[in-house]
Design a protein around this ligand. Structure first.
Ligand SMILES: NC(=O)c1ccc[n+]([C@@H]2O[C@H](COP(=O)([O-])OP(=O)(O)OC[C@H]3O[C@@H](n4cnc5c(N)ncnc54)[C@H](O)[C@@H]3O)[C@@H](O)[C@H]2O)c1
Length: 404
């Protein structure tokens, strides 16, 4: 079957799919975005991005103008497209196990339209062994489609830039599928690094898990210092001064978002639910909002206190609220009887207030995430500001990104 497309991206309207599709289309690959999210697809079709993505909009407009980008929700449209990249979400379930059925259900829907001349390139983050499992799954169903696993390692929101800067890890279950993956990613990444599927699965999870553990380490040290009455941020500045071995210690803050904890838990599940370092990291990072509230509760009665949270996204200068710890913080505060006023620079929510109004009305202000706009905020005299990140101070410690 002849197709006009070189590549399809299943989940192409999502956070991983959009930057990948845009970069591929910009590099001259005719790209089909296949996604069940009608609203996001329509937004893209109209030349706008469904979420913030640095440098994405000019690429989108150019791709649409040059007719390099197509959209579909009909799996029959995937027929004959040589490479079908799958970027759908891979959440964990309530038992902290990877929920693989979303992926297999998605693949089930595609299979009637895929033949031996095509290759599925799995890009969603999966648990170790998942690619081999999928290989067996495909063969049991009589499918001869090729299978590769090429994980995404960019920082969310900077995918368009980083896809073109970061080496791409590629792995496959056959030499032919590896060749397809190599040819595809050689067109967009500065270089490709080949490995086995199991190595690639671990490589991706290690990248996120290591960062998550690092954030937990600094967060725990922050809590300990705070309890001892020490200003951790000031201490870090002094510790780093003239001492390069500590240059990379991140500052404290909420380590949230849809990937870091989820991917740590994928290793936890792989280790048959024994991964002490990962488990402790989760306890520390997820416990930080409780610590913040507890510290306040020791000093004041939170009942009927008006508390403002500035920044509801899961990380700075992003509009993504998935698994944001600011929401957990708000929930704990409300449980304690406080009235919560929330604000964000990028997240649209009719319940949110402008930051100036929150500053004017709140008795205590907590910085949820360090959006740049908070650097120059003026707080009324007498208002207590809880700022783990140090964004409202003039001296800000080493910048950190708390997502992939
Ligand atoms: N967000 C990141 O920065 C990032 C980075 C690296 C890896 N990952 C991994 O990539 C995967 C996707 O994450 P995301 O943040 O892009 O998720 P997302 O929810 O933003 O995007 C997933 C997209 O898949 C679509 N989709 C779901 N089921 C589908 C189906 N059956 N057919 C077609 N489309 C379908 C959804 O509508 C959505 O647009 C996850 O495994 C995640 O761990 C994410």
């Amino acid at each position: 079957m002849k197709t006009r497309y070189d590549v399809a991206v299943v989940g192409g309207a999502g956070h991983v799919g959009v930057p990948l599709s845009l970069v591929m289309a910009d590099r001259g690959l005719r790209t089909l975005i296949f996604d069940i999210n009608t609203a996001a697809v329509e937004t893209l079709r109209s030349g706008r991005l469904p979420f913030m993505e640095e440098g994405g909009e000019p690429l989108l407009r150019r791709a649409l103008r040059r007719q390099m980008l197509g959209f579909s929700q009909d799996p029959a449209q995937l027929r004959g497209i040589p490479a079908v990249v799958v970027t759908i979400g891979t959440p964990i379930d309530e038992f902290l196990n990877p929920n693989f059925s979303l992926l297999t259900r998605c693949i089930d829907g595609l299979l009637p339209h895929l033949t031996a001349s095509q290759t599925i390139i799995l890009r969603s983050t999966v648990a170790p062994g998942a690619t081999d499992f999928l290989e067996r799954y495909l063969r049991r169903r009589g499918s001869k489609v090729g299978l590769a696993f090429c994980p995404e390692r960019v920082v969310q929101g900077r995918g368009v830039i980083e896809i073109q800067e970061i080496p791409q890890l590629i792995a496959a279950t056959s030499p032919r599928a590896l060749r397809v993956a190599r040819e595809l990613f050689s067109k967009i990444a500065p270089r490709v690094i080949e490995m086995t599927p199991l190595e690639a699965e671990f490589a991706k999870l290690i990248c996120n898990t290591f960062r998550y553990i690092t954030f937990a380490a600094t967060n725990q040290l922050y809590m300990m210092c705070s309890q001892a009455g020490i200003d951790y941020l000031r201490l870090l500045e002094k510790v780093r001064e003239g001492y390069p071995r500590m240059a990379y210690i991140p500052g404290p803050g909420f380590a949230a978002g849809p990937c870091l904890m989820k991917d740590t838990m994928q290793l936890f599940a792989f280790g048959r639910h024994s991964f002490p370092l990962g488990q402790v990291a989760m306890t520390i990072n997820e416990g930080l909002p409780n610590f913040v509230v507890e510290q306040l509760r020791r000093r004041m009665d939170l009942r009927n206190k008006r508390i403002g949270i500035l920044g509801m996204a899961f990380k700075a200068d992003s509009d993504d609220i998935r698994d944001s710890l600011s929401y957990k913080l708000a929930k704990i505060l409300r449980f304690e009887g406080a009235e919560v006023l929330a604000s964000d620079e990028y997240v649209r929510d009719p319940n949110f207030l402008p930051k100036e109004e929150v500053c004017r009305r709140a008795q205590v202000i907590i910085i949820g995430v360090p959006h740049k706009a908070y650097r120059t905020l003026k707080f009324p005299r007498g208002v207590e500001v809880v700022d783990l990140w140090g964004i409202t101070r003039n001296t800000h410690p080493a910048p950190r990104r708390n997502s992939e």
